[in-house]
Structures are given as structure tokens and as C-alpha cells.
Design a protein around this ligand. Structure first.
Ligand code: ME8
Length: 536
């Protein structure tokens, strides 16, 4: 559970490490934001437990080697430039990662070679001939069953063209000698593991997908590439002819980021409590990584959170397709909190793809502003705040009089939020907050506490109920909209030490003074324009 007490080990959460072959898009921001919401929730619910939050860039491999070459650049200089863009996006998006790892870091390279030697020492690596359909863009081999023949665009007389059926990327028949990892030996242990841990892959649909793929069987995995084809990578120890397969290199980042092989003892936070990934890379995280960990006798990650994709016109948004939405544009237009709100409100159920739409973003910006900004403005107008009739609490402080019906409702909200967040149901948690705020707005519209004709008792009651709701929602919103929630709690004069989840209970912290007329949101200026999405 995210909120159990007194752990020695930090709560360790990871995102994928991104290929820095182009600038980041909304899909990457989505992974970062989902992980950040859950990292912030871990701190909120258990302020005493440190959170280790890793993200970074995956810099080796043919894809990067080719992209750099196409721009006439050295691979490292190319990666330096683009890795920085991912790091900067994290900063602009209020991502609270504690570590940004690059697979070109010396410490990581050493860790990958160490891992290789460990697998080798256990007799799990051998040399073999390998042939198959290789996709440069997906960095993996496909079998005959996984590819489709397509007509070449320039005419039927051309060479036949083959593509991966799943990703549509071009594949080439490739034969080579390389090293293999005895993956097939881990079929039974992996099945046993996932059978015993239905919670290990969320949502459940991805768990059952992996179970049935594992039941189909596992073949050994090719884990090196000839240096003649791939030089941009980690050399196989003691064999200058081979470079380690980029996915082995990449998956090792979760270990290397904890200081693996831990020369000074301890395990630096290992294993991950939560790994956030996109559905395109479940196989790598649910099969290759756990198999290597089982091989090394290391504990496996506790949970994988798999999210679906952002699409544009129903096609996966991707750097290679070029149909990407620029997160920096959206942040500039709406502010990061609103973009986070949109991503969480529509993309946090994880099971279905979501089509990117500037109109939807705009609509959600308006919604957040109404639900949160307007409610605060209405509840803290000078007239309403002037209806001064707070109760004197036991500690001598004045606290609002919250009706018992409101207390019950807020208790339910708080419980529902906690249970959703513990179960990784990000959108449901945010929806619970939003419906509560929507109800308060309706109550206000009906009772009109700002109207002098409304009986003072009723106005005071509504005001105090709303203020308590805003205080609690302010606490609960912190993982989603950190600056807006902070400004809201500030407007209600809630001190820092009363902003953890434990205070999100009715009566557990008092609004004793409000700052009237605080504007949480900048006015919405622009209607959506076509430049958010660059089509090719
Ligand atoms: O796969 N919608 O890197 P990557 C939602 N380097 N999320 C998306 C997305 C989309 N359209 N496109 C990308 C790699 N993502 C490897 C990972 S991990 C050891 C190595 C998100 O840059 C999604 O989480 O192609 C995806 O898994 C991740 O970005 C990495 O994309």
C-alpha cells in the first residue's frame, strides 16, 4: 500500500526512459505527469517516507545512431541536445523526479556490463545464429507471424515491403551471429509470479494479456548486435565484435539508478514500488526485466502501471510519425496545472486510447476554472466573508461550522479519493473531487449566499460548508495541480504542516482567515487553434 508507515526503503517510482531522437510530445508528458501525480500522492499520504522518482533518456541504439547521422552529428552531442529537452519539460511540468538518468552515463554503462557478466557467470548467455525480421524503428525482431507484406508506394515492380503488423514500421530480413539470453527458462517462474500477483500489472487487462502470452511460450532472446551494424551502445564485455542490445541496456537503468551493483551495500531503494509505462512496452517490462531480475535473484518491481496512448486522428502520436502535439505550446497557453488537469481527467483510466484535441483541452481549462476558481471567488467575496460568525473551537481558534451532512459528504470524498489513489485510479480520484466541487457550485447558485435577501444563518452555513469543502479539495488536488492547489490553500490560510492527507478530514484543520478575491486562474484568452498539432 502506498500509505503504510515507517518504511526503511524509499518509495521508488519510475517512468520509462525516453528516446531522445526528437523533442518530447504530449505522450511523454503524460507518462511523466501520471508518475508525478502518484509520487506526490506517496508524499502526501506518507510525509515521513522518502520518495525516489527516476526518469531520464534512453540514448543508445540504432534508432539514435541513425537519427544523429541524418543530422550530421555525433550521437552523444545529438543526445545531449535532446536529453536536455526532456529534462526541461520535466521542470516546466512541475515533475518532482529526484533523478534524471542517461544511459550514456559512465555509472550506467558499468552497471550494464556488470549485469551482463552476472548473467554470463550464471550460464544464461550463449552465442548463436539469429535470423528474423528486424525493425530499426522498434529496435526488435519480429517472427513471420508478426509481419505483413504491403505494396510499395512507388509501384508493384519494386522490392516487396514488409512491416510489423502491430506497429506498421518497416522490417528487414536480418541474419547474424549474436549472443542470446536463456529467456525460455523463465517461462514457468514468470507465470508463477504473475499468477501469485494479480496486482503486479494494472489495469488487469494487461495482466491477462501477459499471462496468455507467457502461456504461449518464451523463446530465448537475442541480446547483442554485431558492432558492424551497431556501434552506439555498451560493448559486450570481452568481445569487441558485439554491442549489447539496447533494451537490455535500457531496462538496466532502473537498477543503475539505484546505484547497482551497490558496491557500498544497501540496495538504494530497489525494487521499484511502481513503474509507469506506455502499453507499447509492457512486454519488455513484464517479461524481459523480471526474467533478468529472477536470474540475478533480485526482487521484482511491485507494480506496473500501464497507460494507453494519445492518438491524433486515431493514430498513435509518435516521433517517427511526426503527428505530435507540443506540450510546451499547451503549457504556454493554459499553464501547466491546467494541462495536468486535462491529462489526468481524460487519460487516467489507462485502458483506452485518447485522441488529442485542443478543443478538449480548452473545454477542460474552462471546467477547472469554473469548478475551482469560481467557487473560491464566490465563497470568499468580501460580503460573504463579512458575515462573521465562526465558532470558537477548543483550542481557542475560530473554526467554521460545518453541517453534519457536509461532514459526511466530505468524509466520503476523502475515503473514495484515498481508495482510488491507492488503486492507481487516477481519473476516478480526480472525478470524485470534481463532482464534489460541482455540487458546491450548484448549492451556491441555489442559495445565493451573496444575496442580502438570503437569511444570514443560511448564508453562513453555506459559506462554511463550501470553505471546508475547498480546504479538503485543496489538499486532495495537490498531486494533480500543485500550484493551483497551493494557491487555494494559501487563500484559505492553511499552513504547510496542515496540508498532508491526514488533514483531508472534516474538522481536521480550520479555515480561520481568508484572503478575499484571490484569482487562481489567469483568464482564458485564446480559443484553440490548429497550430497545437503539427501534421506531416
Ligand atoms: O519506448 N501516448 O521510448 P519512447 C502515450 N526508450 N504515451 C506515449 C506515447 C503516446 N502516443 N508515445 C510515447 C521507449 N509515450 C524506450 C523505453 S524504458 C526502459 C525504455 C510514452 O520515447 C509511453 O510511456 O519511444 C512510452 O512507453 C514512453 O513514452 C517511451 O517512449
Amino acid at each position: 500500500s502506498l500509505s503504510s508507515n515507517a518504511h526503511e526503503k524509499p518509495y521508488y517510482i519510475t517512468t520509462p526512459i525516453f528516446y531522445p531522437n526528437a523533442a518530447p510530445h504530449i505522450g511523454h508528458l503524460h507518462s511523466l505527469v501520471v508518475a508525478d501525480i502518484l509520487a506526490r500522492y506517496a508524499r502526501l499520504s506518507n510525509p515521513g517516507r522518502p520518495v525516489k522518482f527516476m526518469t531520464g533518456t534512453d540514448e543508445h541504439g540504432l534508432k539514435i545512431q541513425k537519427a544523429a547521422k541524418a543530422r550530421g552529428m555525433e550521437p552523444l552531442a545529438f543526445c545531449d541536445q535532446l536529453s536536455l529537452k526532456f529534462r526541461e519539460l520535466g521542470e516546466k511540468a512541475s515533475i518532482t523526479s529526484t533523478q534524471f538518468s542517461r544511459t550514456t552515463d559512465r555509472q550506467h554503462i558499468d552497471a550494464v556490463q556488470h549485469l551482463w557478466r552476472e548473467l554470463d557467470a550464471r550460464g544464461l548467455i550463449y552465442k548463436d545464429r539469429h535470423s528474423g525480421w528486424y525493425s530499426v524503428s522498434d529496435e526488435c525482431f519480429y517472427t513471420d507471424l508478426q509481419i505483413t507484406r504491403v505494396e510499395s508506394e512507388s509501384g508493384p515492380c519494386d522490392e516487396p515491403l514488409f512491416v510489423s503488423t502491430e506497429t506498421g514500421s518497416q522490417v528487414e530480413w536480418t541474419e547474424e551471429e549474436n549472443y542470446k539470453f536463456a529467456l525460455s527458462r523463465f517461462q514457468a517462474p514468470l507465470l508463477a509470479h504473475f499468477e501469485a500477483h494479480p496486482e503486479a500489472i494494472f489495469p488487469a487487462q494487461f495482466h491477462s494479456d501477459i499471462m496468455s502470452l507467457l502461456q504461449d511460450g518464451l523463446v530465448d532472446l537475442s541480446v547483442s548486435r554485431p558492432t558492424s551494424r551497431l556501434t552506439w551502445g555498451v560493448p559486450v564485455p570481452n568481445d569487441a565484435e558485439h554491442t549489447i542490445y539496447v533494451w537490455i541496456d535500457a531496462l538496466a537503468v532502473y537498477l543503475s539508478s539505484t546505484g547497482y551493483p551497490w558496491p557500498t551495500g544497501g540496495k538504494g531503494g530497489w525494487p521499484p514500488d511502481l513503474q509507469v509505462i506506455g502499453k507499447d512496452i509492457v512486454w519488455f517490462h513484464a517479461v524481459y526485466l523480471p526474467a533478468m531480475l529472477l536470474a540475478l535473484d533480485l526482487p521484482l518491481a511491485k507494480r506496473l502501471l500501464v497507460h494507453s496512448h494519445w492518438t491524433v486522428g486515431r493514430q498513435k502520436m509518435s516521433k517517427s510519425r511526426g503527428n505530435v502535439a507540443d506540450p510546451l505550446e499547451s503549457i504556454k497557453d493554459y499553464g501547466i496545472d491546467t494541462v495536468r488537469y486535462y491529462l489526468a481527467r481524460v487519460g487516467g483510466r489507462f485502458t483506452s486510447d485518447v485522441d488529442w484535441s485542443p478543443e478538449q483541452l480548452h473545454k477542460h481549462a474552462r471546467e477547472a476554472m469554473t469548478l475551482i476558481g469560481n467557487l473560491l471567488a464566490r465563497a470568499t467575496s468580501p460580503y460573504i466573508l463579512g458575515l462573521h460568525r465562526f465558532e470558537l473551537g477548543g483550542d481557542g481558534n475560530e473554526s467554521p461550522m460545518v453541517s453534519s451532512a457536509q461532514s459526511e459528504k466530505l468524509k466520503r470524498l476523502s475515503d473514495e479519493y484515498r481508495s482510488c489513489m491507492e488503486n492507481l485510479q487516477v481519473t476516478d480520484a480526480l472525478d470524485a473531487i470534481c463532482s464534489c466541487l460541482a455540487e458546491e457550485n450548484i448549492v451556491m447558485t441555489h442559495t445565493k449566499p451573496w444575496d442580502k435577501k438570503t437569511p444570514t444563518d443560511l448564508s453562513v452555513q453555506v459559506r462554511d460548508d463550501v470553505l471546508e469543502c475547498l480546504r479538503i479539495c485543496g489538499i486532495l488536488l495537490q498531486p494533480f495541480m500543485p500550484s493551483i492547489a497551493g494557491a487555494l490553500l494559501q487563500a484559505l490560510s492553511i499552513p504547510d504542516h496542515q496540508r498532508s492527507l491526514e488533514f483531508a478530514r472534516p474538522g481536521k484543520g480550520a479555515v480561520i482567515e481568508c484572503v478575499p478575491g484571490v484569482r487562481l486562474f489567469k483568464p482564458l484568452k485564446k480559443a484553440p487553434s490548429a497550430r497545437h498539432v503539427q501534421a506531416t
